[in-house]
Design a binder for this molecule. Structure first.
Ligand code: ATR
Length: 277
């Protein structure tokens, strides 16, 4: 029988993870299947228990359960601890569960490996201070940016996240502020980790906070350019990237944890962008 994996979230019908993992499995000739589970908003723990009891080998966890998965599991990777959230559950022999988080490494791989956008030595602005921002913070800092500024509509949350980040690396140059704390500053890379795009909005940041030659990355992705990608285009960003590459890269890292094989992500990203396989 094929090893069984799934993504759990609510809603879940839109998730691209089954298509991505099916492509990885074909490519690497792994004997596995990958389904989707509409998680019960009142009984996430029960859903996980049932999945494992039925022989499931691993789960991806998505909105709104990542923090619940973190609270549920005792065995957590350091990057899940830093993120305060779990997006990957590995079922070990004997049914023991380990929680990991591959979101941040997925973002870094897409930026650095796929697109050659350096983080080391650069001035980076991270917009947002919710779960998505926290999830990518430590892997970004590990790249050694010259400075990392976290800016959020609610300033206090950015300050709090910046304080947490200082514990991640000894030499972190991290600051937190409100969106109005960006005047007079320019950044080489602006990463949008707010949910503003879901409402067709962009964070209210000054036009000139993108340095000449700077790039933007939106964690959001869609069939048409996201509002923040349009913001970047209107301000002459050198590179404008949405989060589809990150989605595939975080999936590849989960696949590696489960199967011990790293799939080639380029053909899968091309397939999702409609460029065939
Ligand atoms: P997620 O898990 O996607 O991070 P979240 O924890 O609810 O979701 O956080 C949403 C983030 O998007 C927050 O940083 C939020 O700012 P506030 O802390 O001020 O609420 C940010 N956000 C949402 N809509 C926004 C908007 N229209 N403009 C700017 N920031 C916005």
């Amino acid at each position: 029988m094929a090893d069984h994996y799934a993504v759990i979230g609510n809603p879940i019908a839109h998730s691209k993870s089954p298509v991505i993992h099916a492509a990885f499995a074909r490519q690497t000739r792994q004997h596995m299947d990958y389904g989707r589970i509409l998680g019960n908003l009142d009984d996430f723990a029960g859903d996980v228990r049932r999945f494992v009891a039925e022989g499931g080998r691993g789960l991806n966890v998505t909105v709104p359960f990542k923090e619940q998965a973190f609270a549920l599991l005792e065995d957590l990777s350091p990057r899940a601890e830093a993120a305060g959230a779990v997006n990957t559950i590995v079922v070990r022999d004997g049914g023991l569960l380990r929680g990991d988080n591959t979101d941040g490494v997925g973002l870094v791989r897409d930026l650095v490996s796929n697109h050659g956008i350096g983080i080391a030595g650069r001035r980076v602005l991270l917009l947002g201070a919710g779960g998505a921002a926290r999830g990518v913070l430590q892997p970004l800092l590990e790249q050694g940016p010259a400075a990392l500024q976290i800016a959020n509509r609610t300033a206090a949350k950015a300050v709090e996240l910046a304080e947490l980040a200082v514990g991640f690396t000894a030499d972190a140059h991290v600051r937190g502020s409100g969106l109005d704390g960006l005047d007079g500053q320019a950044f080489d890379l602006i990463i949008n980790a707010t949910s503003s795009g879901l409402a067709g909005d962009v964070p209210a940041i000054p036009d000139d906070c993108l340095a000449d030659g700077g790039s933007i990355y939106d964690l959001l992705y869609g069939d048409v350019p996201t509002p923040f990608c349009r913001w970047g285009a209107a301000r002459g960003a050198a590179r404008i990237l949405d989060g589809l590459g990150m989605l595939v890269e975080q999936a590849a890292e989960s696949f590696l944890l489960w199967r011990g094989v790293r799939p080639d992500t380029a053909p899968v990203i091309a397939m999702l962008r409609g460029g065939g396989t």
